[in-house]
Write a protein that binds this ligand. Sequence first.
Ligand code: DOR
Ligand code: ZN
Length: 350
Amino acid sequence: MTAKQNQLEITKPDDWHLHIRDSEIMKAVLPATYRWAARAIIMPNLVPPILTGADARSYASKIKGGIESGVEFEPLLTLYLTQDTQADDVVASYQQGIIKAVKLYPAGATTNSHNGVTDIKKLYPVLAEMSDAAIPLLIHGEVTDPEIDIFDREAVFIEQILQPLRRELPNLRIVMEHITTKQAASYVLNESQNLGATITPHHLILNRNVMLSGAIRPHYYCLPILKRETHRLALIDAATKGDKRFFLGTDSAPHLDGAKIDVCGCAGVFNATFAVEILAQLFDNLGALNNLEGFVSLHGADFYELPYNKEKLTLFKSDTTLEMPKTLQTEDGNITLFDPRMPVYWQILK
Ligand code: DOR
Ligand code: ZN
């Protein structure tokens, strides 16, 4: 690879953290992902959530029904952890290949998390069985204590919840989802085993000024919330240096515009459509194109102990910028696409 490279062939990527919802929105957003990704870890925070193996099985078949024929795309399902989750069901679902992981939302941390976990210690027996069966636990790592400032919730979660959990169950395979702080990046870097982290395109590209300075820009409001620049730089370091513990999870989280632009607007950035082009541009700008494939296509598969995709994806650097539509129309209304606020020249070769 050369510094002035303008074409790049990589193993087809995967998205290790994706919300596709259901019904009409699901049908509208799925192609945005399968245009560039072969697999995606599908989040379970639907209304109602995906609580059991039976729920996951039926959600998987709905998703498959929403995929155009001839397209090879594998949804990797997850279960939503609650205080009532049954270890037997989790282990059986994993062993039968229905799910790939279990998602922990602290109750109240984010969109549709009210059924989430209120007392993690009571779930240690379930988590111990997951550890024995090598089932990954995917963590939304924020405390929900209203006393804790929203910008500190991830760092406090690491101290109060994650460290004790990892001391108790060191063999439990954990992904810290959508990390946003230098504390999270360095925690992962200092731990040698059973810990990975996903990073989103928006947390790599933007800091909180873009959301709040001069005007409030609700399409950048997500959880964990965008942080200050020093944290973004720590994430850039983590993602672009080739470290296998960090991999792409877009956290693409579509909400209809009416739900975003409201007195009580929803958290979530819909970034699936051009995630790979935008990341290629970012890595190129940083002189890190050599490490793009690891981040988007290899490290996640290694963590999940899955084979690399056989198909390839070719990207080329155009002389003109990529034209990104502002919205995706669905039967239910419009969804605004993520605007990275930078010119993107990289495109997918058809
Ligand atoms: O911004 C977010 N949106 N963060 C989450 O954790 C959930 C997601 C959603 O489901 O909308
Ligand atoms: Zn998410």
